[in-house]
Ligand binder design. Structure first.
Ligand SMILES: NC(=O)c1ccc[n+]([C@@H]2O[C@H](COP(=O)([O-])OP(=O)(O)OC[C@H]3O[C@@H](n4cnc5c(N)ncnc54)[C@H](OP(=O)(O)O)[C@@H]3O)[C@@H](O)[C@H]2O)c1
Length: 280
């Protein structure tokens, strides 16, 4: 049987590494992209695995990674936009450059990738794109306004593009994780908490404590530690089976998004798609 190929961004850690391993374990060719492949030890290039450099903010590195992947494996069937970062902080604790950098990576990064992938997929009349968004892309989280804004943009972009590209044979999905203990994501989160004047710092610390305590309570009520492999499995399911456009993933995300009454959203989107998008 034809072995399919996936290109994944942000494979140096967290979900990206697990997504790469999951596809590889399921007999896919994997182009595991990362900013510093020379430091990578787990996902070394080998049989059906190409570990190669790609910075989502560097167009040349994107073109080079696609070319290297195509030279090795041929057509790239699935692209996973996973690279991104978060960070706790009040709106005023972020500088303009912090805000622009976050949008560059979390929104324009996937846009840069999709602008390269889509013409190739359209020429083949097939392909799948999976965007790792966030629960924060469906419900805005205090203390995460810029991150929430970047992920809301990604959720909106994905939703419109999923409908737009469906008649052209290209499937586009959002996998929206809740909170997961991926080490770097968690380690980097609080670096702005002590920025700004005394009022901001005191309020930011109080808000953080409250968020941590609600998070801990939800985790203890659910009775299990969120396993990041769930996200990798959901991404793989999108690549290989019929799935809704939006996949909230994790007990917290599923519960909070259902609380927002979005559980019938797929029916709504199907109606909008039928109403507005001509068939091919
Ligand atoms: N963990 C969570 O609770 C959670 C929840 C919802 C959504 N998410 C989303 O899940 C995705 C993966 O996060 P994670 O939790 O696995 O965190 P992570 O372990 O910090 O991984 C993030 C990955 O993105 C890469 N990256 C950052 N900027 C990049 C750039 N400019 N170009 C290429 N790669 C870049 C990092 O590479 P370097 O090693 O080079 O920095 C790293 O490989 C992100 O989009 C994040 O927003 C995470």
């Amino acid at each position: 049987m034809h072995r399919q190929t996936a290109l994944i961004t942000g494979c140096s850690s967290g979900f990206g590494k697990l997504i790469a391993t999951t596809f590889h374990d399921n007999d896919w060719n994997v182009i595991a992209t990362m900013r510093s492949p020379e430091q990578e030890t787990d996902l070394a290039s080998g049989e059906h695995m190409l570990a190669t450099r790609l910075d989502v903010n560097d167009s040349q590195s994107i073109e080079a990674a696609f070319s290297a992947g195509e030279a090795e494996f041929g057509f790239i069937d699935t692209v996973v936009n996973n690279a991104g970062y978060g960070g706790y902080g009040l709106f005023e604790q972020a500088s303009e450059s912090d805000m622009r950098s976050m949008f560059e990576t979390n929104l324009f990064g996937p846009i840069n990738i999709m602008r390269v992938a889509l013409p190739k997929m359209r020429a083949s009349g097939t392909g799948t794109i999976i965007n790792v968004t966030s629960m924060a892309g469906h419900m805005a989280l205090p203390g995460n306004s810029i991150y929430s804004a970047s992920k809301h943009a990604m959720v909106g972009l994905t939703e419109a593009m999923a409908l737009e590209y469906r008649p052209l044979g290209i499937r586009i999905f959002s996998v929206a994780p809740g909170a997961y203990p991926t080490t770097r994501f968690t380690a980097n989160t609080d670096k702005r908490i002590d920025e700004g004047d005394a009022e901001l710092v005191a309020y930011s610390n109080r808000l953080r404590e409250q968020i941590n305590s609600v998070g801990a309570q939800m985790a203890s009520e659910s009775g299990k530690i969120a396993d990041p492999q769930e996200v990798a499995d959901r991404v793989y399911a999108c690549a290989t089976s019929e799935m809704p456009i939006h996949s909230p993933t994790g007990a917290d995300a599923e519960m909070l998004i259902a609380m927002m009454g979005q559980d019938n959203r797929q029916d709504f989107l199907d109606r909008i798609g039928t109403m507005l998008v001509p068939g091919n």
